[in-house]
Design a binder for this molecule. Structure first.
Ligand code: FE2
Length: 214
């Protein structure tokens, strides 16, 4: 179920993700390097057979993943804003109930058997990537700490340089402000790893942009 590679035209008014267009004005300004964050304990031990960039649908299964489907798209760029081609972008996350498909996840929320949990793609010539996934659930870490919904990212450049980070959602202010991992990032850099989901009426889906500057 791979999404078709979209053609990202930075110089003009719109960029398109397949048949999706997002006005450039909605893109976040690129102002700083993407902060690194811990990998966390739930990077897959076993990778799903279906390893593409659409996590909402596994192979030929009949049912799609539960929860709100979203698109996360952006570019991998150097600090001089040059696109990085053929970078590997991996994401992994909890399903909509907040459970990882990982044997060490202690959360007893129900696992969604139709959610792929991890996926990978390579950036195009313009450094662009796109994933279709579901909005992850938050999950408890301790009695007083609940992790906000977030998506883990691992980016591997052709020269093997790696960046590991996590992406958050602007609408989760309360959990974001209390999250011990997000709050390790200086306040003035947190917006670099927080995306705002914006609804595309045409596509009937919310889209979040995440540019990764390495
Ligand atoms: Fe996590």
């Amino acid at each position: 179920m791979a999404l078709t590679r979209r053609n990202l035209l930075k110089q003009i008014e719109f960029f398109s993700i397949g048949y999706i267009s997002i006005p450039l004005s909605r893109q976040k300004p690129i102002s700083d390097l993407t902060p690194e964050q811990i990998e966390g304990p739930f990077y897959p031990l076993k990778f799903p057979i279906d390893d593409d960039n659409d996590l909402t649908w596994i192979g030929n299964k009949k049912n799609q993943a539960l929860g709100e489907k979203i698109i996360i798209a952006g570019q991998v760029l150097t600090r001089k804003y040059q696109p990085i081609t053929s970078a590997k972008v991996e994401i992994w996350q909890a399903c909509s109930s907040g459970r990882y498909n990982h044997e060490y996840d202690p959360n007893n929320a129900p696992i969604d058997p139709n959610f792929q949990g991890w996926g990978q793609t390579n950036t195009g010539e313009d450094g662009s990537y796109v994933f279709k996934t579901v909005k992850p659930g938050g999950y408890p870490v301790t009695r007083s700490w609940r992790r906000p919904p977030h998506i883990h990212f691992k980016v591997t450049l052709p020269n093997q340089e790696e960046l590991i980070t996590q992406l958050y959602f602007s609408e989760e202010t309360t959990l974001n402000e209390r999250d011990k991992i997000l709050q390790r990032i200086p306040n003035n850099q947190q917006s670099l790893v927080i995306t705002e989901l914006t609804r595309s009426e045409k596509l009937k889906i919310r889209i979040g942009q995440f540019n990764i500057i390495i």
